[in-house]
Write a protein that binds this ligand. Structure first.
Ligand code: NAD
Length: 351
C-alpha cells in the first residue's frame, strides 16, 4: 500500500451491515467463504511477517470485550469483538464486531467495516480451511452441535471447502435447530435434525461444537469420540469457557492458531502449559504434518486469531473496489496546513 498523498481527501470507506449483506449476495455466499479461506491461508503462510499478540480482553460477569490487533508491516488491522452468551435472551447477538485496516506508512485508516457477519464468515472459512488439512479425506458428514448464529455459516463453509454433503444438527434449544434447518433448506446439504449430541455425531467424520455458555461445559464426553474423527471446537474461546472433556484432549492431536492466546482461551486451558500442540501455520507451510493416519483424532482448538480478521478485512477491501457497497466516512480531520487544526475548527464556526 502506498503512502497517501497530501492532496487526497482522506475519506475512509465504511462497509455497513446492509452493504456487507449486498456484497455477500453479489459474490455468492459459498464463493465468498472460499475466497476468504484463500486469503486466510495466504496470511497463515506468511505467518512470521505478522506482529502477534494474544487479544486484549476485558472480562465481566456477563461476557468479554476484546481487541484483536495485528500488522504485516504494510497494513495494520484490529477487530473489536464481544462475547456475551446471555445476550440472546434479551434479543441481542452473542457476538458483535467491527474492524479497521490502516496504512502503516501514514497511520491513516483505509477501511472500517462491520464484522459481526464477517466474523461468522471468517470463522467458518477458517474452520473449513483447517478441516481441509486435517479431516479424513472422505469426510461427508458433519455433526453441528450448537445451532446459533454461526451454525449455517459453518455448515456451508464445510460444504464449499471440504465437500461435506450432510449436516446433523443438535442444540439444547429445539427452536435453534429448527431455525438452522430452515435456513439451510435448498442450499445443497442433507440436513438431519437430532435430539441429542450422541445422535448428532452418529456417522459424522467431522464434529463441530459451537455452543455459547460461560462455563467449563462438557458438550462432548470421551466415550462419544471414535477413532479417526476431526473435531472443530469453536465455542470454547475464553478463560473458564470450554466445551470438551479433558480426556478427549489427551487422545487428540491438537492444532491451534497462536499458542500464547489458545493456552489462555482454548480447550487446552484445561491442560498443563506444556501440553503439546501443533501450530496451523506450520501445517499449511509444510513445516509440520497434519493428519497422519486414518485412526488419528484431530482437534482444531479454535479461538479465532487476529490474522484471520486481518485477512477478512483485506478480502473485503479488495472486493468493494469499483462497487457501491461502501460509504465514504468523513472521520479524518484534514486541514490544508496539517499544523492548522485549530484554524480549520475556527473557520467552521457558524456565521
Ligand atoms: P449463539 O448464542 O447464537 O448460539 C449458541 C447456541 O449454543 C445456542 O443456540 C444455544 O442454545 C446452544 N447451546 C448452549 N449450550 C448448549 C449445549 N450444552 N448443547 C448444545 N447446544 C448448546 O452463539 P454463536 O454466535 O453461534 O457463537 C457460538 C460460540 O462460538 C460462542 O461461544 C462464541 O463465543 C464462539 N465463537 C467462536 C469463534 C472462533 O473464532 N472460535 C468465532 C465466533 C464465535
Amino acid at each position: 500500500m502506498s503512502k497517501l498523498s497530501p492532496s487526497d481527501k482522506a475519506y475512509v470507506p465504511f462497509v455497513s451491515v446492509d452493504n456487507m449483506m449486498k456484497l455477500i449476495h453479489s459474490i455468492g455466499i459459498e464463493q465468498m467463504l472460499t475466497g476468504l479461506a484463500d486469503y486466510i491461508e495466504e496470511d497463515f503462510k506468511r505467518w512470521e511477517l505478522f506482529d502477534k499478540t494474544p487479544r486484549v480482553a476485558s472480562h465481566s460477569a456477563e461476557g468479554v470485550i476484546e481487541l484483536m490487533p495485528t500488522s504485516d508491516g504494510e497494513v495494520y488491522g484490529f477487530k473489536y469483538v464481544n462475547g456475551h452468551p446471555m445476550n440472546t435472551r434479551e434479543g441481542l447477538q452473542t457476538v458483535t464486531a467491527f474492524g479497521l485496516l490502516a496504512d502503516v506508512a501514514s497511520g491513516y485508516p483505509v477501511l472500517l467495516s462491520e464484522m459481526t457477519i464477517l466474523t461468522a464468515l471468517r470463522t467458518a472459512a477458517t474452520s473449513a480451511l483447517v478441516a481441509r488439512y486435517l479431516a479424513p479425506k472422505s469426510a461427508h458428514t458433519m455433526a453441528m452441535i450448537g445451532n446459533g448464529a454461526q451454525s449455517e455459516f459453518q455448515s456451508l463453509a464445510m460444504r464449499a471447502i471440504v465437500g461435506i454433503t450432510t449436516v446433523r444438527l443438535f442444540d439444547i434449544d429445539r427452536a435453534a435447530t429448527q431455525k438452522t434447518a430452515k435456513n439451510l433448506a435448498g442450499l445443497g446439504l442433507d440436513v438431519v435434525e437430532c435430539t441429542s449430541a450422541e445422535a448428532a455425531i452418529e456417522g459424522a467424520q467431522i464434529i463441530t461444537t459451537c455452543t455459547a455458555d460461560k462455563q467449563y461445559a462438557t458438550i462432548l464426553t470421551d466415550n462419544m469420540i471414535g477413532a479417526g474423527v476431526h473435531i472443530n471446537a469453536i465455542g470454547g474461546d475464553c478463560p473458564g469457557k470450554t466445551e470438551l472433556a479433558p480426556a478427549i484432549l489427551k487422545r487428540a492431536d491438537i492444532f491451534v492458531e497462536f499458542p500464547p492466546q489458545t493456552r489462555i482461551e482454548g480447550e487446552i486451558q484445561q491442560m498443563p502449559e506444556d501440553h503439546p500442540v501443533t501450530e496451523l501455520w506450520q501445517v499449511m507451510t509444510g513445516a509440520a504434518t497434519g493428519r497422519t493416519s486414518a485412526t488419528q483424532i484431530t482437534l482444531f482448538d479454535s479461538v479465532g486469531f487476529a490474522t484471520e480478521d486481518f485477512s477478512a478485512l483485506r478480502y473485503v477491501r479488495d472486493k468493494i473496489q469499483y462497487t457501491e457497497f461502501f460509504q465514504d466516512l468523513d472521520m479524518l480531520a484534514d486541514p490544508d496546513d496539517p499544523r492548522d487544526l485549530f484554524g480549520m475548527v475556527r473557520r467552521a464556526a457558524p456565521q
